[in-house]
Every structure is written in structure tokens, then in C-alpha cells.
Design a protein around this ligand. Structure first.
Ligand code: DGL
Length: 262
């Protein structure tokens, strides 16, 4: 593989912008093509065949741009469709699950500590996080599907009464995780509220930060480290529905000057 200067980022909707944000903070890509399947989000309550079909359609879209690397920011698509996408593509593809698990492992948490995995129903049902963590030796893994978190974030509700009530709905008082894997693109936006809820000792693994570190570790001689002098990334946004809303969300969430967009 040559240098990675042009990447594609695929998500089921706007949530992948959290991954995009982490990437442009750390790595100097020249060109980024972001595609959110906003017409068909959420993927998290769909079955595997549907998730694979939608993801393969997204792959066809990206093939026109011929990126050096395609990042599947969506945990649900990473959990169900990565293999099928790789089989149909000459473009290298990375998902966010392996990097999330690697990020946890690098934090040296003892194997008997409680690890909480949060994700959509489809991600949790796939068992990919659970299997990978248990294979590494973690014995106390709790998996909770929290689909409502996606709706909260889509509504720009990140804290307050509704969020706290949702936490109480999903999390039994006995839950005392040492680490939480935020196995969904949307969940980093609830991080502050989750940190308050579980306490400052709980460690959180964020898919975006994890994939940015993963690329730095595994592709370090092919990517450009971000420096003050790095030119801004040129980002082109595409969506299957309501592109203006996606662009507005990007402006609200990214709030930084490390990219420009048409
Ligand atoms: N992007 C999805 C994920 O990371 C969340 C939204 C959805 O259900 O499509 O799992």
C-alpha cells in the first residue's frame, strides 16, 4: 500500500462524525470522503443481511473515489459487514472494533475487572466485542444494548433529566465497570454524562480515538502525523438523505479549523 492521503469514512448516518473528528485531530489526510446513509439510519435495529446489503451499497459508492483506505466508522456495520465488504473490495478496509479492543488492552486493566460494552442491539447481538474480549482473557464482560442513546444524540440531547432517566433504565445499580467501551459512533457525545454517572475512576474507550491510535500504530509510515504546519483536510460530505442537516451537524460537532469543506 502506498501513502494514505485520501480516505473514505462510512457511517450509517451522522454519528461517524465523532470518528472523523478524532481522525482530523490526529492525522493529516489530504482528502476525506464522508458518506452517511442518513436515509436508512439506524442500522442498529436491522438484521445482519440488511446491514450487509446497505454496507455493500456504500462500498460501491466509495469505489468511484478510489480512496487509499476505507474506514467503517459504524460499529454496527463493522460488527456485521466488514468481512463481506473486504471480500468485495480491492480498497483496504478497517473497522472500529479491533481498534477499540486493542485500545482497552493497552490500558492494562486486570482481567477480572468489570468491562462494560455499550452498543446498538445489532452490535451487541453479534457478540464480536464479547468474543474478542473473552479471547484476550477478560472474564467479567457485561454487554448492554442501548439503542435509545442513538435517538438522544440524534436529538442533540447530551445531558439532563432524560439522559439520566435513560441511564437508570439501562444500568442496574449493581453495575460497577472499571472500563466502558463506547461501541457506537454516537456514544462519545454522552461521554461527560456517562463519566458523571459511573464516576471519575471509570475509563472510557472512544471508537474515534481508538481508530486514530490504531492507524498511527499500524500505518505510521504511511500516514502524515498532524502538525501545526499540516495543511487542512479537504472533506467532502455525502448523505443518502438531507445532506444539509449532515453538514450542519458537522459544523456543530467538529467545531475546529482543521478542515475545509465545499
Ligand atoms: N453508527 C451506528 C453504530 O456505530 C449507530 C447508529 C445506527 O444504529 O445506525 O453502531
Amino acid at each position: 500500500m502506498n501513502r494514505i492521503t485520501k480516505i473514505g469514512i462510512f457511517d450509517s448516518g451522522v454519528g461517524g462524525l465523532t470518528v472523523l473528528k478524532s481522525l482530523i485531530e490526529e492525522i493529516g489526510f489530504e482528502k476525506i470522503i464522508y458518506y452517511g446513509d442518513t436515509a436508512r439510519v439506524p442500522y442498529g435495529n436491522k438484521d445482519q443481511e440488511t446491514i450487509i446489503r446497505f454496507s455493500l451499497e456504500a462500498l460501491e459508492f466509495f469505489k468511484h473515489f478510489n480512496p487509499d483506505l476505507l474506514i467503517v466508522a459504524c460499529n454496527t456495520a463493522s460488527a456485521h459487514a466488514l468481512k463481506a465488504m473486504r471480500e468485495c473490495s480491492h480498497i483496504p478496509i478497517v473497522g472500529v472494533i479491533e481498534s477499540g479492543v486493542q485500545a482497552l488492552r493497552q490500558r492494562n486493566i486486570s482481567y477480572e475487572k468489570q468491562i462494560l460494552v455499550l452498543g446498538t442491539e445489532a452490535t451487541i447481538k453479534s457478540g464480536v466485542y464479547d468474543t474478542s474480549l473473552r479471547e484476550l482473557g477478560y472474564t467479567n464482560v457485561v454487554n448492554i444494548p442501548t439503542n435509545l442513546f442513538v435517538s438522544l444524540v440524534e436529538e442533540n440531547i447530551f445531558d439532563g433529566e432524560v439522559v439520566e432517566a435513560t441511564f437508570r433504565y439501562y444500568f442496574p445499580p449493581t453495575l460497577k465497570p472499571s472500563a466502558v467501551i463506547l461501541g457506537c459512533t454516537h456514544f462519545p457525545l454522552l461521554l461527560e454524562s456517562l463519566q458523571r454517572f459511573f464516576g471519575s475512576d471509570t475509563l472510557f474507550i472512544h471508537s474515534g480515538e481508538a481508530i486514530a491510535n490504531f492507524l498511527q500504530q499500524h500505518y505510521h509510515n504511511k500516514i502524515l502525523q498532524k502538525t501545526h504546519n499540516t495543511t487542512k483536510s479537504d472533506i467532502e460530505f455525502f448523505a443518502s438523505d438531507n445532506i444539509n442537516k449532515l453538514k450542519q451537524t458537522a459544523r456543530n460537532w467538529l467545531k475546529n479549523d482543521s478542515y475545509y469543506s465545499k
